[in-house]
Design a protein around this ligand. Structure first.
Ligand SMILES: [Zn+2]
Length: 69
């Protein structure tokens, strides 16, 4: 699939580690959610795509509920 940002086909697949933080000071006690996704990096513009796995996605959704309530 071409890059969504620049249309380039010059993309590489990598693995990575991403620490997702909840924004704002009131969520400072929320733990960081670590994800280890496969990354598709556009080697022309740097746009990177990854999918958060389902289990981590639930953690993010749960944290969000806690912040809202
Ligand atoms: Zn691109």
């Amino acid at each position: 699939m071409p890059c969504k940002s620049c249309g380039s086909l010059n993309q590489g697949t990598f693995t990575g580690e991403v620490a997702i933080h909840f924004p704002g000071l009131k969520d400072i006690d929320e733990p960081i959610v670590w994800v280890f996704p496969g990354l598709i990096v556009c080697l022309d513009c740097g746009t990177t795509e990854f999918t958060v796995p389902k289990s981590e996605l639930r953690q993010l959704a749960k944290g969000d509920d806690a912040a809202a309530g």
